[in-house]
Structure formats: C-alpha cells, structure tokens
Design a protein around this ligand. Structure first.
Ligand code: PGA
Length: 250
C-alpha cells in the first residue's frame, strides 16, 4: 500500500508564493522520499500550471485541483470541468471536502455525482468524509460516515478503485488544532475499510484511507502508524515547506 502524504492549500498562495512553496518542497523532499510514498498537492486553480511545471522532474509529487464540476462543458458560470483540468495536465482532484459540504452546501448527491464523474473522466480522486461535532456527541459517527460512503461512492465500480483514495476528516478537527485521538481515528478508519470491503471485496483493501484534521509534523508518525491509516491530508501545516516536508518524511 502506497502512503498518500497529501496537502490541501485551500484558498492560499499567489502564483509566486505557490512556486516558492513547490520549489522548497521539491528541494527538501524529492531525494529523500521513500518508494512507498507519494505527495499529492491540491492547489488553487490559478497556481496549477506553475506548480506542475516546477514538479515536472520530481516523480513522487502529484498536482491536483481542489474542485471541479461534473459536466464536460456548458452554462455553469464559474465552474471548471475535468476536461479543462486534463487540458492543463491535471489528473488529480478532491471531492467531498468538509468546506465544500458545509460552506458551499454541497450535498451527498452532488458529491457522489462529482466523484463518479471525475473517476470516469480519468481523474484520481481523494473523496473526503467526516462527521460534525454534534453528530459525534450524539453517537452518530457510524451512521454519518456510512451514509457519506454509500451516496458518495454509489456509482463507483470496483474497476475505478485504483484511482480512488478516501480521506477521513472529522469536521471538528479541521483547522482547529484539535486532532482526533488514536482510538477515534482507528475506529473511523476500520469502519471505512470494512465498508469498502463489503461493497468491493478484496479490491476495497487496496484503497488508501487518509486522515485529515490538524495534522502537524510532531503528530504525523503516530497517526500513520495507526491501522488502516494510509496517509494524511494536511491543510494549515502544508503551507510552509519546512513543516510539510517534515510531515511527508515523518
Ligand atoms: P487542517 O486542514 O490540516 O488545517 O486541519 C485539513 C483539511 O481541511 O484537509
């Protein structure tokens, strides 16, 4: 199993800043990256081409978009299609991120459509799931994650799984400094693995399940040591080359 040590830059970085960060990561990571790790970076649309160019000779890196709309083209003002991403050489994207769900109101149905459409168009997708704090307190973690998985992956057949990762990101741990505890992470990842196994059989075991939510250099090694954790998705701590390099190589 490959570890996906991923970054989500969110709405940060001008092109110049993005280039400096990509160069810094390449300098610190490229020569030291273990064979079983890759480094997907989800960067703003405006910086995709510049970052891709800088990392062209750094084989462990992947460059992806944070969003796309599940149509080829049409009257969808403000949206970008997978075809347009592929036109600039971008083959990775996120779906289901909690900020898309909770700030922009994306529903499970839309996220499911995006996930299957993106995969069908040849993108590799990191599909994010995670519960709100109220849902956790009400003992609804299993119900919420199961529903997100069922609808989000409803139209994803087993033959697309080599291009899929799932990220478990408890919403209350995103950008808050509060990391989920090892028992909470282990439970959510086991549940996700079990669900993938039930739906897809053996093929479900090969899907990387990433943890996200306030991951820092000092916490990464212990998080990726947890069973069924096959990488991380990092926001805040991915914005500086020094801290994200430490995470990638932890
Ligand atoms: P964070 O963000 O590392 O800043 O908590 C993670 C994410 O939103 O993917």
């Amino acid at each position: 199993m490959q570890y996906w040590m991923s970054a989500n830059w969110k709405m940060h970085k001008t092109i110049a800043d993005a280039k400096a960060l990509a160069q810094g990561l390449k300098d610190q990571v490229n020569a030291n990256l273990p064979d079983d790790r890759i480094v997907p970076l989800f960067v703003p649309f405006t910086a995709l081409t510049a970052v891709k160019e800088i990392l062209a000779d750094a084989p462990g890196f992947r460059v992806g978009a944070q969003n796309f709309y599940p149509e080829e083209q049409g009257a969808f003002t403000g949206e970008i299609s997978p075809m347009m991403l592929k036109d600039i050489g971008i083959e990775w994207a996120l779906t289901g991120h909690s900020e898309r769900r909770h700030i922009f109101g994306e529903t499970d149905d839309l996220i499911g459509k995006k996930t299957s459409y993106g995969l069908n168009q040849g993108l590799t997708i990191v599909f994010c799931i995670g519960e709100l704090i109220e849902e956790r307190k009400a003992g609804r973690v299993e119900e919420v994650l199961t529903k997100q998985l069922e609808i989000g992956l409803a139209d994803v057949p087993a033959d697309k799984l080599p291009n899929l990762g799932v990220a478990y990101e408890p919403v209350w741990a995103i950008g808050t400094g509060e990391v989920a505890g090892p028992t909470e992470i282990e439970h959510a990842h086991a549940l996700t693995r079990c669900w993938l196994g039930k739906k897809y059989g053996e093929a479900g075991n090969a899907v990387p399940i990433l943890y996200g939510g306030s991951v820092k250099p000092e916490t990464t090694a212990s998080i990726i040591a947890i069973e069924n954790v096959n990488g991380v998705l990092v926001g805040g701590a991915s914005l500086k080359a020094d801290s994200f390099s430490k995470i990638v190589l932890a």
